[in-house]
Design a protein around this ligand. Structure first.
Ligand code: FES
Length: 90
């Protein structure tokens, strides 16, 4: 995971922007920032943290979603931005 890069997540509904550090997940960054999100396994397998993706290029790392679902959803406990920032429906 040491090659992971920091990026920003924009929250479309609340208008907030959260920085995601190289060594934390989107889920961890949101919780650290006081954003309420549901989670359980935190390993990309249970489906609890499924979040609607508004825009951005995602490095999908989950074991839950199929390719069609990846177009508009992201599992925020494991997946990251592949490049640039992400905008989530939060
Ligand atoms: S918390 Fe289980 S898939 Fe993200």
């Amino acid at each position: 995971m040491s090659s992971d890069k920091p990026f920003r997540v924009h929250l479309a509904k609340s208008g907030r922007t959260v920085d995601v550090g190289a060594s934390e997940t989107i889920l961890e960054a949101l919780m650290r920032s006081g954003v309420e999100v549901e989670s359980s396994c935190q390993s990309g397998t249970c489906g609890t943290c499924r979040t609607r993706l508004v825009s951005g290029v995602v490095d999908h790392r989950d074991f839950v979603l199929d390719d069609d679902e990846h177009a508009s959803n992201i599992m925020i406990c494991v997946s990251r931005a592949a490049e640039g920032d992400l905008t989530l429906d939060l």
